[in-house]
Design a protein. Structure first.
Ligand code: FAD
Ligand code: NAD
Ligand code: FMN
Ligand code: ZN
Lengths: 90, 417, 954, 170
């Protein structure tokens, strides 16, 4: 059970309070209808899934309730940092 | 290849087992192959074997970054079944189950395929509806799967607890009698040995580090830890690591890799005759021929390549097993490990061509590809040999994520494995 | 007491006598004895049979590493546990321990035929045989293999014990209370830090327990530690796994050592988060690989010392030592000084520390250097050894009744490895030592290589003049892996240590290679002629020693397995004899049978009661979300397929929710309570999922919207009243609301009171009848329900359950998400295009509805089915074909999603997803059943009752 | 509101007593979930002081998230709904019940299933967290007294879990 720093609570909390929410910075297109099928596919399904540094989302669901972003190494599972939703990719 | 038999075992025993040949030689990479398979799991080794055996392409290398069979093939709970709902899935998995039957003889290597039956427990009305749907679809597809009353289920699997006051009482079960288990490691070894005997080079401890494409975009070969190896056909069968390799070819994939854990108990005398799965309680169990209870459940929640997971997943898995089988509460966990499974958005595999000429892929089997091993190998071989998919794997293309023709077994039934 | 007890040098002097049995035979031991020491004290050497060859086995060790002496313990009443290490079983009055994996008895075991035939069962034998004739595999070969395998029997009765669990936090967690761990605890406790010191043994002290010189220090130290409020001592507690971020799993054994386990928890799971971890797990001695090294009586030298000093037991009366390491000499000296007879000291080394020789001489012990034991005589117990010089010369035999092995020490880096700490090969130890840490952890004492046991040499196998192909020299004792198995594996191309492990099963037994892994590595190293470091090491995995499922599951048993959520009305339904069904975590009343009724009779009666009079239904479990804020309507407009902005306060709307991939995920009727306030409902199972999905969009896609979501599922009890007499029933109870049809039309909501309780009263209907849903604060739900029930008596009010609800809604063709849709169904497929806001530029899932396969023809569409025989009720899930004559595999064009007997209509009805279904109206389709009979049915619109909806508006 | 006598609760009315800890159903409360971007605007709208940092409590109000507060007042209290304002006031009085744990060992009973280090909670600290799989709002009311708000249908589970854990305390 990993420990996660919630940038809103500014506190380190156990994984059980959190829900993983997939890759970060995949913004919903402003006008989906204008997208080609391939572009829409990319938004819906294509994921970086890197070995190493991963920008990802978590939700402090059993805490402050907020979604936020994190950089975590997928090989060591260690967090590099967490930051609030809406902040630029780090 | 020395033929294995009780007689050869007897003869070699008298000679103190001194003259057994290597099951597969340790090959050194050649400069060029007609086809390269990346990943020496069951699927990749199977593909190499069928390329040589069925399609006459013997100048083949299987390139493995670690030791062959050390990926998910060597760490799965070995459940084999084909009672999937959709036609596409039933065809795919049943193709494999048909190959499982007779595989030991075909490979001259006992993979211990054991048709002991896979039973899925229904704990609520929704389960019953969903299982009936499967059973009917399976029957009309020629795949065996039958409905059992709770009493019939208990007769087939005596350790079942029919207590009506259980948190999730057993309302019946679906049984696929042809389903069962096979010995994970033996499958890899059997294919490796048979492929090597047909001339396939198995190159271990040699990670693929790059994929070289020519000016026309087509595949030219792979970069490895031991240098460049040329080939116009490269099949990637690297399970959890597929995204990483595809990125080497400049392709982005609809995949995420998650840890999936499993555990075994200490070995005990035969107590558990079949495989039992419960999606509602969320766990599955069988007993290996060696006597351990082999137990698994769902993935950990976050993307990871670390091959280990969290304790709370184990707590929930074991609690679920003890809920259905209260007599196992005093059994003890002997070992717990993790693998990395590659999951697609519709939980079905991707098996076929890629946008890059000469690059083929077999991935996305997620938590349930062991059962498909012979089939996936055969179909990847077919696709590589003919440069077009077999009709069975044609639906498992990449296009479906664009056009919406998903094969979503999980959505249909919330069933995994 | 017995000839094997040594009087004075023992920690158990004066301990009480304890009676126990082994294989039914009564014995006596002392309080504080392990089963192993107590049996040894009684002269019992034979304690088990090995896994594969059923070879007779005695003790190898004295602790967690024991591979041989495994027993089953039966405490009666379902308390049966197999595969316990005799070294870890504390004896108590009445202990009933049994040997296992033998038949008919430990002494005479028919299974040992395998041993005779052992040469035909080399590593991997099962891969090479049992293939012909093919049918024999299932009937004969596999069952026999299975029967031969396994160790003890599995427990067969439900376990009556309960298990405890907790989380715990400390600044410093010390694993292992040997001298190193105790020192670390004393040092850490000097600060204000919260310190946990845990040890798997019943007595703290580790190696110090076997060293009388340390007893004084030990007693003092433990007294000091026990006095400190910031130190928690946890004996009988095994740290079994080291997980991410200094999270350690440990199990404390609470009752197995007590004569009467009582009702307290048997074991306790400790989930410990530590600031810093100190691993002081000690080191495990390595056996030596030579022929006969498994005969009962051949054991680790350190273990013999433990039996001597800790338990006061002599492991033999004429003991031989086979050493490649100094520490074994010390152990033997200890035995000799305690009066145990010594046969010989054999050491492979040509020369050893002169001090050792001097001490041996002083004690008058015979020493043979540059030599090795090459054979052991005796089958059920050691009777002698054969010795030869390293070059094979000078073979001779000596009588003895115990052989000690001293092959050097292996630091216990198990937990260190779980934590992904790096390992480094130490030539001096001939073992891996901790290298770079991956967590805030360090190893101390023997575990970290910081203890001097003396020096030694490390050999895979002792030299022998015998034919290596015929040797039975064991590496993994429990799994019967011999040195030649490892050689064979390598010869067959298994050159990776992982392949060797899996091919031979070395290290895969219940001891997980604690004594065998390094010897196997050494053997592989010499066979492959590569340095040990180049071979690698198999992965250490949790648990350190096997841990009980019950403890791992912790509290999660029976009522605590998973919450059973009950509505405020549940107790009433139970009292009425309702039959329940689980829906997500809830339990819901499915039907209310009267005496003699089965489900169908009850449901028929309930259905008619609703259609003809009035029914009462508990809808409390439906998910509810309060959406509040100036942008509430805008938000819902983006989420749902329907338009929301024009909905007037006081009115309701059916809402359809898609996932972004265009498939239906949830639905429900929602109401606008005020311009900036909505009361949403979701399906029972979808409540959490929908709220999470909405939060996700709100927080990450549209953070600019001023709207907030609050779950109100449990704020309200929801009492649905359906049927033509509904209004009459509630009218006298309601205040502040005009119930007339004009003032309060279908799909409207009003606020007022009912039975004096504030309510949000919905006029909605999932049955097609006039209906109201009374939302009241949950604590008053039962009160209101009972009042309504009373008021309804005059009107024949009937409680109904989910099954009746399903029938009634199906008669009206209303879908159940998850039953009539399955995650691959679009609104168009479900015939819900009317619920899709065509003019809306966007909503969640809209873009996906334009994908090629979604707009293609031939998609499965939701239709009604009427069987030609009105009395046939199709099976839900049955598959539909167009051509019933087709051979298998048949082309399936759809399946039955819902199917019921409709008492109202006096016939069966069904809904189905059928390819191109909308264009098949009137067509006859075929439904082949499992029995072989094929049903026929006509495709109709999924609306079987009151198509005009006149009843609804009554 | 209706007569208190007609209320029902999902757990026993009598406290469960164990050495070192008692576990009891708390008195009925008026509860609101309050949401707003601007705490000051919220304070103004409802006429209550609003604590500014997550975890803080002030006058019955606990800050649970950057824009979320839980207000607990005696039964029968009422506050404005803030209609039309950019904030959200939702009555959740009966969504949860309160279990009150009192005694030296209360912290141990709670630690049985809560993964947080409760010894680090100052008096007055409030947080949403989890007990095994069940979400709770935990408030340390004094050194030894803890208030646990849990959704009504999860209360029987939590009650059984806490009383079981308390019965195992040694
Ligand atoms: C715990 C667990 C339980 C499971 N239970 C079941 C079950 O009961 N039933 C079932 O059907 N399925 C199950 N599965 C899934 C199943 O194991 C897999 O789907 C299947 O084994 C995949 O086989 P494979 O040959 O494709 O992959 P693998 O066996 O993983 O082989 C892929 C190989 O590619 C190699 N590789 C990766 N990257 C590179 C590179 N760059 N260069 C060279 N080589 C590379 C890897 O080292 C690996 O050996 C389970 C999986 C896990 C983890
Ligand atoms: N035999 C000899 O000749 C000789 C020579 C020198 C020292 N020693 C002994 O070597 C020892 C070295 O001291 P040390 O403190 O490093 O080791 P130790 O062996 O004394 O203590 C290790 C302790 O850790 C416990 N332990 C191991 N794994 C555990 C786990 N996962 N969970 C809970 N407990 C666990 C063991 O039960 C043991 O009590 C000394 O006790 C000393 O007496 C022996
Ligand atoms: C079906 C099956 C049965 C297993 N049985 C055992 C066993 O009896 N003993 C054991 O130590 N490990 C057993 N394992 C686990 C392996 O030792 C190992 O943990 C697993 O293959 C993953 O490899 P790793 O732990 O080296 O990463 C088994 C694995 C599988 C898939
Ligand atoms: Zn937070």
């Amino acid at each position: 059970m990993i420990l996660i720093h919630c940038p809103y609570c500014d506190d380190i909390r156990p994984e059980l309070e959190f829900a993983y929410a997939g890759e970060a910075h995949i913004a919903r297109p402003a006008d989906p209808s204008a997208l080609s099928d391939a572009e829409w596919e990319k938004y819906l399904f294509i994921r970086a899934n890197p070995r190493g540094r991963h920008n990802e989302r978590w939700r402090h669901v059993h805490g402050c309730g907020r979604f936020f972003n994190a950089v975590r190494d997928t090989v060591t599972d260690k967090f590099e940092l967490t930051y609030k939703a809406g902040e630029p990719r780090k | 290849m020395t033929r294995f038999s009780a007689f050869s075992l007897f003869a070699k025993a008298l000679g103190g087992h001194q003259s057994w040949p290597e099951l597969w030689p340790d090959a050194q990479p050649k400069a060029e192959y007609d086809a390269i398979i990346v990943g020496a799991g069951g699927h990749g080794l199977g593909a190499a074997y069928y390329l040589a055996k069925k399609y006459g392409i013997t100048n083949v290398a299987v390139i493995e970054k670690g030791w062959l069979g050390g990926g998910n093939t060597g760490r799965n709970t070995t459940i084999v079944r084909s009672n999937y709902l959709y036609d596409e899935s039933a065809h795919l998995y049943d193709h494999a189950v048909k190959l499982w039957d007779g595989l030991s003889q075909e490979l001259n290597f006992n993979v211990m395929y054991s048709k002991r039956g896979v039973m899925m427990l229904a704990h609520n009305v929704h389960d019953v509806q969903s299982f009936q749907r499967h059973i009917h679809a399976n029957r009309l597809n020629g795949v065996d799967n039958e409905w059992l009353t709770p009493e019939e289920a208990k007769e087939y699997c005596p350790p079942l607890d029919l207590n009506p006051n259980a948190r999730y009482p057993i309302m019946g079960a679906a049984l696929q009698r042809r389903g069962g288990t096979a010995r994970h490691d033996s499958v890899a070894w059997g294919y490796a040995r048979a492929a090597a005997a047909l001339g396939v080079d198995i190159i271990q401890n040699c990670a693929v580090t790059g994929i070289r494409r020519g000016a026309d975009g087509a595949i030219e070969g792979v970069e490895t830890e031991r240098g460049f190896i040329k080939s116009k056909k490269v099949g990637v069968s690297a399970a959890g690591n597929t995204s990483v390799i595809m990125q080497m070819a400049g392709l982005e994939f609809p995949l995420e890799s998650y840890p999936l854990q499993a555990l075994v108990s200490e070995p005990v005398k035969p107590v558990f005759p079949c495989v039992v799965m419960s999606n509602t309680v969320h766990a599955y169990i069988s007993q290996s021929d060696k006597g351990e209870l082999v137990i698994g459940a769902g993935t950990d929640q976050y993307v990871s390549y670390s091959q280990r997971g969290a304790l709370h997943i184990v707590e929930h898995t074991v609690a679920a097993i003890c809920e259905i089988f209260p007599m196992f509460r005093r059994m003890r966990m002997l070992r717990n490990w993790g693998g990395i499974v590659d999951v697609t958005p519709d939980r079905s595999p991707i098996l076929g061509k890629t946008p890059v000429k000469g690059l083929y892929v077999n991935c996305g089997w997620g938590t349930g590809g062991f059962k498909a091993t012979p089939g996936a190998g055969d179909l990847l071989a077919y696709t590589m040999a003919k440069d077009e998919p077999h009709w069975i794997n044609a639906p498992y293309n990449l296009d479906r994520f664009r056009n919406g023709r998903l094969i979503d077994e999980a959505a249909a039934a919330a069933v995994a494995h | 007491m017995s000839a094997h007890r040594i009087a004075n040098a023992c920690r158990l002097n004066g301990a009480a006598t304890v009676n126990f049995t082994f294989d039914g035979k009564p014995y006596q031991g002392k309080a504080g004895d392990s089963l192993a020491s107590a049996l040894l004290a009684n002269g019992v050497v034979l304690m088990g049979r090995s896994f594969k060859y059923h070879r007779p086995r005695g003790l190898l060790g004295a602790g967690a590493e024991e591979p041989n002496a495994l027993v089953s313990v039966d405490r009666g009443g379902g308390r049966f546990t197999p595969n316990l290490r005799a070294t870890a079983v504390e004896i108590h009055e009445g202990l009933d321990a049994r040997s296992q994996n033998r038949w008919p008895s430990l002494e005479t075991d028919f299974g040992s035929i395998n041993d005779r035939l052992g040469r035909f069962f080399p590593a991997g034998f099962y891969n090479k045989t049992f293939m012909w004739p093919r049918s024999f595999w299932e009937k004969l070969y596999e069952p026999s293999i299975r029967r031969m395998a396994g160790l003890g029997d599995a427990p067969s009765d439900p376990d009556p014990d309960v298990y405890d669990a907790t989380y715990a936090h400390c600044d410093v967690l010390i694993v292992g209370a040997g001298p190193a761990g105790i020192d670390a605890a004393l040092a850490a406790s000097a600060s204000k830090k919260k310190v946990f010191l845990i040890d798997e043994q019943d007595e703290l002290g580790g190696g110090a327990l076997a060293d009388p010189a340390l007893w004084g220090w030990l007693a003092e130290s433990l007294k000091d530690l026990a006095r400190l409020p910031n130190v928690t001592l946890l004996p009988r507690t095994t740290a079994f796994g080291y997980y991410h971020d200094n999270f350690i799993g440990a199990v404390e054994r609470l009752t197995d050592h007590l004569p009467d386990p009582g009702h307290q928890a048997r074991e306790k799971l400790w989930r410990i988060r530590a600031g810093e971890v100190v691993l002081a797990q000690g080191a495990i001695e390595r056996p030596l690989v030579f022929e006969g090294n498994d005969v009962p009586g051949v054991m680790l030298a350190g273990a013999a010392r433990t039996y001597l000093h800790r338990f006061g037991v002599a492991v033999g009366s004429r003991v031989a030592l086979m050493a490649t390491h100094d520490s074994g000499w010390k152990d033997l000296f200890a035995l000799a000084r305690a009066g145990v007879g010594v046969a010989v000291i054999v050491d492979l080394r040509e020369s050893v520390d002169p001090a050792l020789l001097a001490e041996a001489a002083e004690l008058g012990l015979r020493v043979e250097l540059g030599s090795a034991v090459i054979g052991v005589s005796g089958r059920l117990a050691v009777t002698g050894i054969e010795i030869a010089r390293a070059d094979g010369s000078g073979r001779h035999k000596l009588a003895c009744d115990a052989v000690l092995m001293a092959g050097g020490w292996t630091p216990s880096v198990h937990l260190w490895s779980h934590s992904l700490g790096k390992l480094e090969w130490s030539e001096e130890w001939g073992a891996y030592l901790p290298g770079k840490a991956n967590e805030n952890v360090r190893c101390v004492g023997a575990c970290g290589g910081n203890w001097s046991f003396g020096s030694g040499v490390h050999v895979g196998q002792l030299p022998t003049p015998k034919n290596p192909a015929l040797l039975k020299a064991f590496v993994d004792f429990q799994n019967d892996v011999t040195a030649k198995d490892i050689a064979l594996a390598i010869r067959e191309g298994m050159k990776s240590v992982e392949h060797i492990k899996r091919y031979t099963t070395n290290g895969m037994a219940t001891d997980q290679g604690k004594t065998s892994n390094l010897n196997a590595l050494q053997l592989a190293s010499s066979a492959l002629d590569r340095p040990v470091q180049a071979i690698g090491l198999t992965t250490f995995r949790p648990p350190y020693t096997p841990q009980t499922f019950g403890a791992l599951a912790g509290h999660a048993k029976d009522a605590l397995f998973q919450p059973t959520r009950k509505s405020p009305i549940d107790s009433w339904a139970e009292a009425q004899g309702a039959v329940f069904e689980p829906v997500a975590q809830w339990r819901r009343a499915r039907y209310f049978p009267r005496t003699g009724e089965d489900m169908h009779a009850a449901v028929n009666r309930e259905c008619l009661a609703v259609r003809e009079g009035v029914g009462i239904f508990d809808a409390s479990t439906l998910g509810k979300i309060e959406v509040v804020g100036p942008d509430a309507a805008e938000f819902l407009n983006r989420m749902y397929t329907n338009p929301w902005k024009q909905l007037e306060p006081g009115r309701c709307r059916y809402g359809l929710l898609l996932r972004e991939d265009g498939f239906i995920t949830d639905d429900g009727v929602s109401a606008r309570m005020a311009p900036d306030r909505f009361h949403l409902t979701t399906t029972t199972g979808g409540a959490a999922r929908v709220l999470n999905m909405m939060e996700d969009y709100l927080q990450t896609e549209w953070p600019d919207l001023n709207v907030w979501l609050t779950s109100t599922t449990e704020q309200y009890a929801v009492i649905a009243l359906q049927g033509p007499k509904t209004r009459e029933v509630i009218a006298p109870l309601v205040e502040g609301i005009d119930l007339s049809s004009d003032a309060f039309p279908h799909m409207a909501v009003r606020e007022g009171t009912i039975c004096g309780v504030p309510t949000r009263l919905f006029r909605v209907s999932f049955t097609g009848e006039l209906g109201f849903e009374i939302n009241v604060p949950a604590a008053y739900g039962l009160h209101v329900w009972k009042q309504v029930w009373e008021a309804g008596q005059a009107h024949g009010i009937t409680p109904y359950g989910t099954e009746t609800m399903h029938v009634l809604r199906a008669e009206k063709g209303f879908i159940i998400v998850g039953q009539d849709t399955d995650g691959t169904v679009t609104p168009y497929d479900a015939g819900l295009d009317w619920a899709v806001g065509k003019k809306k530029p966007d909503f969640v899932g809209k873009r996906s509805l334009a994908r090629p396969d979604i707009v293609a023809s031939g998609r499965k569409q939701l239709v009604g089915l009427l069987t030609d025989d009105p009395n046939e009720v199709l099976i839900e899930g049955a598959q539909i074909v167009a051509d019933p004559k087709q051979a298998i595999p048949m082309t399936m064009i759809g399946h039955v999603t819902s199917s019921y007997w409709s008492a109202t209509l006096g016939r069966s009805i069904a809904m189905a997803l059928v390819a191109g279904g909308f264009d098949r109206m009137g067509e006859t389709l075929h439904i082949p059943s499992a029995s072989g009979k094929t049903h026929t049915a006509k495709v109709v619109k999924p609306m079987f009752y009151d198509a005009e909806g006149s009843r609804l508006n009554g | 509101m209706a007569d208190a006598a007609v209320r029902t609760a999902p757990v026993p009315a009598e406290a469960a007593e164990f050495p070192g800890v008692s576990i009891a159903l708390g008195a009925p409360l008026a509860r609101w979930s309050l949401r707003a971007r601007d705490p000051k605007a919220l304070a103004k709208a409802i006429g209550h002081k609003v604590p500014g940092t997550i975890g803080e409590t002030l006058g019955g109000m606990a800050c649970l998230g950057p824009d979320e507060w839980l207000l607990r007042l005696p039964e029968g209290a009422s506050i404005p709904l803030g209609e039309g304002l950019p904030l959200s006031v939702v009555d959740i009085s009966e969504r949860a019940v309160t279990l009150v744990l009192d005694g030296d060992r209360a912290i141990d009973a709670l630690s049985a299933g809560c993964p947080r280090d409760l010894s680090k909670f100052p008096v007055g600290y409030a947080t949403r967290t989890i007990f095994e799989t069940v979400e709770i709002v935990l408030i340390r009311e004094s050194e030894t007294r803890w208030s646990v708000d849990v959704w009504r249908s999860f209360a029987p589970y939590l009650w059984t879990a806490l009383t079981t854990a308390a019965s195992h305390l040694r």
